[in-house]
Design a binder for this molecule. Structure first.
Ligand code: F6P
Length: 323
């Protein structure tokens, strides 16, 4: 391997730039050439490729988003699209690919690697923290801190007006952001996909005493296209308990941007260096993760299984502390 291509794909996450910087600098340090591919897999298909020097990644460690831009490429999901991508990659002299992204992006990398025998290495980049085999994904900590900052502000209004707020946070199918932001912001409850039982979570919350010992409450709701999210729960409460003053805040995309936390910068830097180490060791089709503070290699097929467990004791921590 002489030349490494790097791309970011899927939803942007704070710390992706720190990862681009780490991969580029570590690759050059180890004697490789680096080519930046713009707009994820889409840029590989459209041939948006540029050689990167160490200067190209100067002063980006502190910036949110991704200087390489990102996309969710529909064309790359087709065999024809992937063939064009492969031809462009070969024409650009790229021998290996480093993909920074979430579940969909690493699924794409696995398919591509299997079809064309391309060495691919993945870095977990998503605010959702839903990749198996790594304790944290790049962007998760920053998003968590952003949510907590927002909920602290919402709390001021909730207490001043004696209101119940349903705050909707991102996470796609995973409740890591919701559960942990609820603990960190002292919320009264979290409604998360991992806790779907026969007993409705809203009913449980109501059953335990709506406002608990307080005059206001904050319920963090994990986004869910299936049940309608925070809006749906707020409507139910308004209908069934008209005496309560209920409001909804959907934090939306403000959770994705912003300067990465120190934790995410360090995580991205370690994972970026780990990716080059992995290529040097002839590793293929693995995601670089960190588990118990050690860099680990997780096969793509494991990382994307969508069953990263949320530690159930977190549910108990919130329940006990929000009385
Ligand atoms: O995967 C990251 C994420 O922010 C999810 O939490 C969310 O469901 C989704 O992306 C939103 O995607 P988009 O930016 O395309 O609306």
């Amino acid at each position: 391997i002489k030349c490494i291509g790097i791309l970011t794909s899927g939803g942007d996450a704070s710390g992706m730039n720190a990862a681009i910087r780490a991969v580029t600098r570590s690759a050059i340090f180890n004697g490789y050439t680096v080519k930046g591919i713009y707009r994820g897999y889409e840029g590989l298909i459209r041939n948006e490729i540029k050689e990167f020097t160490t200067q190209d990644v100067s002063s980006i460690i502190q910036r949110g988003g991704t200087i390489l831009k990102t996309a969710r490429s529909k064309d790359f999901m087709t065999p024809e699209g992937r063939k064009v991508a492969y031809d462009n990659m070969v024409a650009a002299g790229i021998d290996a690919l480093i993909v920074i992204g979430g579940n969909g992006s690493l699924t794409g990398a696995l398919t591509f690697a299997q079809e064309f025998n391309v060495p691919c290495i993945g870095l977990p980049g998503t605010i959702d923290n839903d990749l198996y085999g790594t304790d944290s994904t790049i962007g998760y900590d920053t998003a968590l801190n952003t949510i907590v900052e927002c909920v602290d502000k919402i709390r001021d209004t909730a207490t001043s007006h004696d209101r119940i707020f349903f705050v909707e946070v991102m996470g796609r199918d995973a409740g890591f952001l919701a559960q942990n932001s609820a603990i960190a912001s002292g919320a009264e409850a979290a409604i998360i996909p991992e806790d779907q039982t026969d007993v409705d979570q809203l009913e449980q919350f109501i059953g335990r005493g709506f406002r608990k010992s307080k005059n206001s409450s904050i319920v963090i709701v994990s986004e869910s296209p299936k049940d309608g999210g925070a809006m749906h729960y707020a409507e139910r409460v308004k209908k069934e308990y008209p005496q309560y003053d209920v409001r909804v805040t959907i934090l939306g995309h403000l959770q994705r941007g912003g300067s990465p936390s120190a934790y995410d910068r360090i995580l991205a830097s370690r994972l970026g260096v780990g990716a080059i180490e992995a290529l040097k060791e002839d590793q293929r089709n693995v995601m670089i993760g960190i588990r118990n503070d050690k860099v680990v290699y997780v096969p793509f097929s494991e990382a994307i299984k969508k069953d990263k467990p949320l530690d159930k004791s977190l549910i108990q921590v919130l329940d006990e502390l929000s009385i």
